[in-house]
Design a protein around this ligand. Structure first.
Ligand SMILES: NC(=O)c1ccc[n+]([C@@H]2O[C@H](COP(=O)([O-])OP(=O)(O)OC[C@H]3O[C@@H](n4cnc5c(N)ncnc54)[C@H](OP(=O)(O)O)[C@@H]3O)[C@@H](O)[C@H]2O)c1
Length: 250
């Protein structure tokens, strides 16, 4: 079978600029790394300035900006300061909210809506004129809360809403393309934080049960993200990446 290695072909993102909101760790950092390897300039953001500075230095980032992306004024300022036009904006900021109604932390639950729903809307509002026609917006959702379970109400709302939001934005923002990545478990610092001492057991369980017989890593998601940036046929859709996790019983 004929293959084309990266060494033999043009880098897929040569001359392009990729912005990753939440690019200092996990899926965002890995996407920035791959975009860089494919020839892009990258702009990365995050809240923790130390972690961001380290990531930006490793990446050789064009620029970096430390701010809370759920702050609309800070996000607007960031977009205003961008060297325009940019080609792609991916948002990987945020974390899911899990919890029973009885002990719901309403502030945290609201915050997860800010991160997963209002942040994409605000990015979309700022994209026109700053993302080139044919460029992309990429947002992150999940597959894990598609099946109802106590404690998943808030996470499930985001899971259900984001594909509809993405499809509508793709029509409104055309010819900018808008896509959603819906991930299952991905082995990132966020997953490590959420699972704590149970992380290794969860990895083992996934290795034993997932149809792919391995754990999905941030590089897997990064490869999908770069594909969404480069395949100009794709817009308005949700791309599952979970190693078959949602096919398994309960
Ligand atoms: N990991 C999974 O299994 C999984 C599955 C499905 C969906 N997702 C979603 O995918 C996205 C990325 O997940 P991940 O696992 O890569 O997370 P991660 O390892 O925690 O990385 C998140 C990145 O976003 C930044 N960030 C978080 N909140 C931010 C905010 N309010 N403003 C600016 N930057 C912010 C973080 O840096 P600072 O903390 O310094 O700001 C970090 O750079 C999240 O939205 C997550 O909910 C993850």
């Amino acid at each position: 079978m004929a293959t084309t290695s990266a060494a033999q072909r043009e880098p897929a993102l040569a001359g392009q600029t990729v912005v990753v909101i939440g690019g200092s760790a996990g899926i965002g950092l890995e996407t920035a790394r791959l975009a860089r390897a494919e020839g892009a300039d990258v702009v990365v953001t995050g809240r923790d300035p130390g972690r961001l500075e380290q990531a930006a230095a490793e990446l050789g980032a064009l620029r970096s900006a430390a701010f809370d992306a759920t702050d609309p004024a800070a996000l607007q300022q960031f977009f205003q300061d961008l060297p325009t036009p940019v080609d792609h904006v991916m948002s990987t900021a945020g974390r899911p909210y899990y919890g029973l109604l009885a002990d719901m932390d309403v502030e945290q639950a609201r915050r997860s809506f800010d991160e997963h729903m209002w942040l994409p809307i605000n990015v979309a509002r700022l994209a026109t004129g700053r993302v080139r026609p044919g460029g992309t917006l990429i947002f992150m959702g999940g597959t894990g809360s598609r099946r109802p379970h106590p404690g998943l109400t808030i996470a499930a709302m985001g899971t259900a809403a984001l594909p509809a939001m993405t499809a509508n934005l793709a029509l409104e923002l055309a010819p900018i393309r808008v896509n959603l990545i819906a991930a299952g478990f991905v082995d990132t610092p966020l997953s490590a934080q959420l699972l704590g001492a149970d992380l290794d057991e969860r990895r083992e369980q996934l290795r034993a049960t997932l149809p792919i017989r391995r754990v999905v890593g941030p590089a897997d998601v990064a490869a999908l993200a770069v594909h969404l940036m480069t395949n100009t046929a794709l817009t308005g859709a949700t791309y599952d990446i979970d190693g078959g996790q949602q096919l398994l019983p309960g």
